[in-house]
Design a protein. Structure first.
Length: 165
């Protein structure tokens, strides 16, 4: 859920620490993303509620998503991918998809809702608008994979752009 609703790469999800969740301004701090860049992205109301429930149940200390064998280590990439595939199967989704499909669907849904490419570029942490523009090709030709699953724009958006409706 966190990967989709914030447009995160698998490595970024697994690098999240409890202190990276900023509920007061509805943002997630992504540290050392691709290209070793820091950025902020969205924290939706639904994701915040999910993370609060997750926190009550699992009590993470440092890493938000930690290894079952060692709470002081982040969850392994392969474990996240296996969990994604199992969840996809359980949900009855037969369309081919990868963990990265969540990030692509996030960007696609923002485009469909009218968000400008520059804002999406910033949220995704792209260096070049050309990379972000790739998400705009064929939007109407192929429906997004996870339409409306978790997306819930924050009621008070911290990003002053066309994203805030």
């Amino acid at each position: 859920m966190t990967a989709y609703s914030a447009g995160l790469r698998v490595s970024e999800v697994l690098a999240l620490k409890v202190s990276d969740i900023h509920s007061e301004n509805m943002q997630i701090h992504v540290r050392s993303g691709k290209g070793d860049k820091d950025r902020y992205t969205l924290l939706s109301e639904k994701t915040l509620l999910f993370l609060r429930q997750y926190f009550k149940e699992y009590r993470p200390n440092d890493w938000l998503f930690y290894s079952a064998r060692d709470k002081s280590r982040a969850l392994h990439t392969r474990t996240a991918q296996v969990t994604f595939n199992a969840s996809k199967k359980k949900a009855g989704i037969i369309k081919p998809a990868t963990f990265h499909s969540l990030r692509t669907s996030f960007a696609t849904h923002l485009l469909i809702k009218g968000t400008d490419l520059f804002t999406i570029k910033t949220l995704l942490g792209h260096s070049s608008i050309k990379t972000t523009r790739n998400y705009s090709y064929g939007i109407m030709a192929t429906p997004p994979l996870f339409v409306g699953f978790f997306y819930d724009p924050p009621s008070s958006c911290a990003f002053k752009s066309t994203f805030c409706f």
